[in-house]
Design a protein around this ligand. Structure first.
Ligand code: GDP
Ligand code: MG
Length: 597
């Protein structure tokens, strides 16, 4: 295909604004799949992605489109994840494109993630075509949203396309705009091969599959290639395109996006952002590299039943095959036994992995409180990265501690602004900006990531009745007065409940956690003290009164089924309990104790 007949583009949008629906429609209209093959939202392949309506792995589809000018074009659509945790995947996908469709729900307007994603697209110099979706809805107000796009994002929205991805209205205009308004890729077919490694994943039939964007030269079956960063060579076995069915082709030329297989054993051998060239005729200079995505949120994951440890290890290995941003290493906890310390890109990423472990591998798990990575500077000049509060060195050896800070952008109707500002202030936030676009407020705060990883997003949603949107990026590390707080249950420290907290907040947090645990830990036949302590100093205390527990006592013998049900329930509950000395703590307590109301 000549370069002038190729267009590579992405769709950027806030979650739920209709990106997947539009992608489906484009595939359908161009005949990429037969009706029988056309399942709803073909791009969101994993079950979990479908349920949560998010896209995790960037997928790509090649569409063949006969335009009104009579020529046939190849359109490569690279799907991008919409959630804050996956901004890295967004950036590398955008890099492989020349343009982007900015999809905005015409009944909602611009949201925080719209902003984050569109700025990334602008940063890599993409041509942007604004698309107003859901104009079939009575609440759609395209003129207001156009004005807002110009005000808030600062791009021309006068020729924004008005569509309904649901009914298909306006979708042909989108295809024509892709041809007319997005630039064709550039490249030299005769030059040495130069390709960008966009993504890779493990396919049960094909093994490791690598998604590439070709800049110069051609890639064909049998060719010996070199990955310039990884300094490894391979022989190409299959070269193809995704329609989205994997379809082998003879070769991929400049401007094209496709995949290859090459007997690569592990996804970990393929560094996203690496430059691929031909071994015997290499290109001179590699493409500018990417910053790898590093995990920023860590937590412990333990099997409820110690006998499941090996199964958990295997399950993690399987997930890691397809997600090299998920890290894990073995950890032992005095309270929870053998398990793993795991690193994630963010909270959603954590939740997705945990749910997949439980659902796809049928494991019963205890997840400890998420924590960020602290830089601990010791008095002897050494610096350590602390991934687990339980490993905090002796305070006398510590010179100072630095924690990661983020810049958060929150957008919401102005009636919720008061509550949002209060939440940010409570979480040690520093306000940086406050602006309005119509009746929507946009506020920018700098916040410690530690104050956000736990339940910030849930709280924000409840304060704003679901109307606030939120996005963040890491900015720097700052020295803060931080201490490790331990929780003691029946005089014994429960390491999985240790947290690192700002000194000024320690007492209030300690009190709140003890109160919560008092309700979360069932009564035993003896009295149980629950204490929060910093070093040896107890800063809060509650006591769980003794009680003889007999759940069937209130059944007065009569109803046997009810009695059996209660006993089964109790047994079920027991399974999810952990024994700490003489005390049983329910699994849910490890997360619930940390929630701040
Ligand atoms: P994504 O998160 O951006 O991928 O959004 P989806 O494509 O999953 O769409 C989110 C929701 O909006 C789904 O329930 C869609 O059916 C609905 N939706 C998408 N486009 C339209 C549209 O044009 N009109 C209406 N009324 N609903 C739409
Ligand atoms: Mg989607």
């Amino acid at each position: 295909t000549p370069l002038k007949n190729i267009r590579n583009f992405s769709i950027v949008a806030h979650i739920d604004h209709g990106k997947s629906t539009l992608a489906d429609r484009l595939i359908q209209v161009t005949g990429g799949l037969t009706v029988r093959e056309m399942k709803e939202q073909v791009l969101d392949s994993m079950e979990l992605e479908r349920e949560r309506g998010i896209t995790i792995k960037a997928q790509t589809v090649r569409l063949k489109y006969e335009a009104k000018d009579g020529e046939t074009y190849i359109l490569n659509l690279i799907d991008t994840p919409g959630h804050v945790d996956f901004t890295y995947e967004v950036s590398r996908s955008l890099y492989a494109c020349e343009g982007a469709l900015l999809v905005v729900d015409a009944s909602q307007g611009v949201e925080a993630q719209t902003l984050a994603n569109v700025y990334q697209a602008i940063d890599v110099d993409l041509e942007i075509v604004p698309v107003l979706n859901k104009i079939d809805l009575p609440a759609a107000d395209p003129d207001r949203v156009k004005a807002q796009i110009e005000d808030v994002i600062g791009i021309d929205a006068s020729d924004a396309i008005e569509i309904s991805a649901k009914t298909g209205m306006g979708v042909p205009d989108v295809l024509e705009a892709i041809i007319a308004r997005l630039p064709a890729p550039k490249g030299d077919e005769t030059a040495p091969l130069k390709a960008l490694l966009v993504d890779s994943w493990y396919d049960p039939y094909l093994g490791v599959v690598v998604l590439v964007r070709i800049y110069d030269g051609v890639m064909k079956k049998g060719m010996r290639i070199r990955m310039m960063g990884a300094k490894a060579t391979y022989t190409l076995e299959q070269v193809g395109v995704s329609t989205p069915k994997k379809t082998p082709v003879d070769e991929l030329g400049p401007g094209e996006i496709g995949y290859f297989t090459a007997s690569i054993k592990e996804v970990a051998e393929t560094a996203v952002g690496d430059t691929i060239t031909e071994e015997k005729r290499p290109c001179e200079k590699a493409l500018p590299g990417f910053k790898p995505s590093v995990p920023v949120v860590f937590c412990g994951i333990f099997p409820v039943d110690a006998a499941d440890f090996e199964d958990l290890r295997e399950a993690m290995g399987r997930l890691r095959l397809n997600d090299s941003s998920f890290e894990y290493e073995m950890e032992t906890s005095a309270a929870l036994g053998f398990g793993f310390r795991c690193g994630f890109l963010g909270l959603l990423h954590l939740e997705i992995i945990r749910e997949r472990l439980e659902r796809e591998f049928n494991l019963d798990l205890i997840t400890t409180a998420p924590s960020v990575v602290y830089d601990i500077f010791l008095t002897d000049g050494e610096k350590i990265e602390l991934h687990n509060p339980a490993d905090m060195p002796d305070p006398v050896r510590i010179d100072h501690i630095e924690e990661p800070w983020i810049k958060a952008t929150i957008m919401a109707p102005d009636e919720y602004l008061g509550g949002i500002l209060k939440l940010c202030e409570e979480r040690r936030g520093v306000q940086k900006d406050l602006t309005y676009a119509g009746s929507r407020a946009m506020v920018v705060y700098e916040l410690p990531l530690n104050e956000v990883v736990f339940d910030f997003y849930d709280r924000l949603k409840s304060i704003s009745k679901g109307y606030a949107s939120f996005d963040y990026q890491l900015i720097d590390h700052r020295a803060e007065s931080l201490v490790k707080m331990q929780i003691l249950v029946n005089e014994e420290p429960v390491d999985a409940l240790s947290i690192i907290v700002h000194r000024d907040k320690a007492e209030a947090r300690g009190r709140a956690m003890c109160e919560k645990l008092k309700d979360l830990i069932p009564r035993h036949q003896f009295k149980i003290p629950v204490q929060a302590a910093i070093g040896g100093r107890v800063i809060a205390r509650e006591t769980i009164a003794a009680l003889r527990k007999d759940v069937t006592a209130k059944c007065y013998g009569g109803d046997a089924t009810r009695k059996r049900k209660l006993l089964e329930k109790q047994k079920e509950g027991k399974k999810k309990m952990r024994q700490f000395g003489r005390v049983e703590i329910p699994q849910e307590a490890f997360i619930k104790a940390l929630k701040i109301d």
